[in-house]
Write a protein that binds this ligand. Structure first.
Ligand SMILES: Nc1ncnc2c1ncn2[C@@H]1O[C@H](COP(=O)(O)OP(=O)(O)O)[C@@H](O)[C@H]1O
Ligand SMILES: [Mg+2]
Length: 409
């Protein structure tokens, strides 16, 4: 798929912008602060309803305006679809599909994007929340119905945490508290939580070979990358964690460790089993949860473990290795989406690649390898401060971005 037309109203720094672009590579070049990222952020927002830069949508609306509109014509094969999202700060998005009102969730999935950005380094170095978000966004791109499940889980979690906090306060004051309401929320958290855990664990299983292959390419064979899902139910169960050093070992110890990991993963793919284990864990930890007023079990406490060779990447990988890992995660996402045969768009489901200011962050070797790997993509949107930052092998259309004006060169 590719975006052929983009129109913005009151989005970020743009009051009004209309732009036509082609398949292949398009670079947006201009000094900092001129609106390059704002432009590609708008494209990505249509595919995930979220920004790689901010958590709250309010920042997307141009200062002084009431709402922003992002509209794009997305072409699958030779079939154009017009998608439109209206962002009104503090309210739910309004969506239109081929100019008729639609539910936002019907728009989800029409445009698929994979965004590379300087912030990606946080996927490797940052806290687990970044990696959970990475998994969830990819999972929703692959199967849009998971978007609703995520919102449902977040809602139930907020309610349950509020209840735990009230219980904590009541306990401190020696007041009585009816714990039976907590049982209800435990059940709902386990319902939605188990489905989310299974979806993520399944995604990690599918993504793993792609990450291994992409890392090998980006790093030119320098180390083996492996991803695993670490569920909080495994941690609170104190299930034996074989540790990466055992996993990489040759011989019996290695075999045993790898078998244990495979068993644990298989358990996570069984929603009914996960649900039961979540309920058991909540029952066991209830006292501690009330004491601290926090929910200790569930996908909001899980993590994606990134291993490089026999060491975890986080805390051990060098700066260059961390960059290779971050690129590998994005490239793997792109390739998984491209190969996904459940896409309603069939072979036209290949995502649009967005490379926001990444080449300037990379050394020349990684830069060239990344360029080589994305050169064949159907559509690549690149932003860069200077034209020299865009590798030569990615020649294509170029726009200058300056003072909110976007002009084709
Ligand atoms: N909601 C907003 N309203 C008005 N201006 C904004 C808004 N959000 C960001 N900007 C402006 O957009 C500019 C940054 O644009 P950006 O696309 O990040 O630049 P770059 O070209 O460096 O990628 C800044 O000058 C910032 O003040
Ligand atoms: Mg930028």
């Amino acid at each position: 798929m590719y975006v052929s037309d983009l129109a913005l109203d009151d989005f970020r720094s743009y009051d009004e912008l209309v732009l036509s672009i082609d398949e292949g590579v398009t670079a947006f070049v201009g000094p900092n602060g001129q609106g390059k990222t704002n432009l590609v952020e708008a494209v990505a927002y249509l595919s995930t309803f979220s920004s790689h830069r901010v958590a709250a949508d309010a920042a997307l609306v141009r200062q002084g305006a009431d709402g922003a509109v992002v509209r794009a014509k997305v072409v699958h094969g030779d079939r154009p679809t017009v998608v439109e999202l209206e962002v009104v700060a503090g309210k739910a998005n309004r969506a239109r599909l081929n100019r008729s009102p639609a539910k936002p969730r019907d728009v989800l999935g029409v445009l698929r994007t994979v965004v590379f950005a300087p912030e990606d380094l946080d996927l490797v170095k940052g806290d687990p929340g970044q990696r959970r978000r990475f998994l969830d966004e990819l999972a929703v791109l692959l199967s849009p119905r998971l978007g609703a499940l995520r919102s449902e889980y977040d809602k139930v979690l907020r309610q349950r945490v509020a209840l735990l906090k009230s219980a904590a306060t009541a306990r401190r004051r020696g007041a009585s508290f009816d714990l039976s309401t907590l049982d209800v929320w435990d059940g709902q958290l386990a319902d939605a939580g188990a489905q989310l855990v299974t979806a993520r664990a399944d995604l990690v299983r599918r993504l793993r070979p792609y990450v291994g292959a992409a890392y090998e390419q980006v790093s030119a064979g320098d180390g083996a990358a492996r991803i695993d899902y670490r569920a909080s139910i495994d941690v609170v169960d104190e299930a034996p964690d074989p540790g990466p050093e055992l996993l990489g070992r040759v011989g019996e110890a290695g075999e045993t460790a790898r078998a244990a990991v495979a068993d644990r993963e298989a358990l996570l793919l069984d929603t009914v089993a996960v649900r039961t284990r979540m309920l058991e864990a909540m029952e066991r930890l209830r006292d501690r949860e009330i004491e601290r007023g926090v929910a200790l079990v569930g996908p909001h406490r899980d993590d994606l473990i990134l291993t490089l060779g026999t060491l975890p990447a986080r805390g051990y990988a060098s700066h260059g290795e961390s960059w290779s890992y971050a690129l590998a995660l994005r490239l793997a996402s792109y390739e998984l989406l491209r190969d996904d045969d459940t896409s309603p768009w069939g072979p036209d489901g290949e995502p649009v690649l967005v490379l926001d200011d990444v080449f300037a962050e990379l050394d020349s070797r990684r830069r060239d390898r990344l360029a080589g790997m994305v050169a064949g993509a159907q559509q690549v949107l690149i932003t860069a401060a200077v034209a020299e930052d865009v590798p030569e092998s990615l020649s294509g259309a170029r726009f200058d971005v300056r003072d909110g004006q976007v002009t084709r060169v």
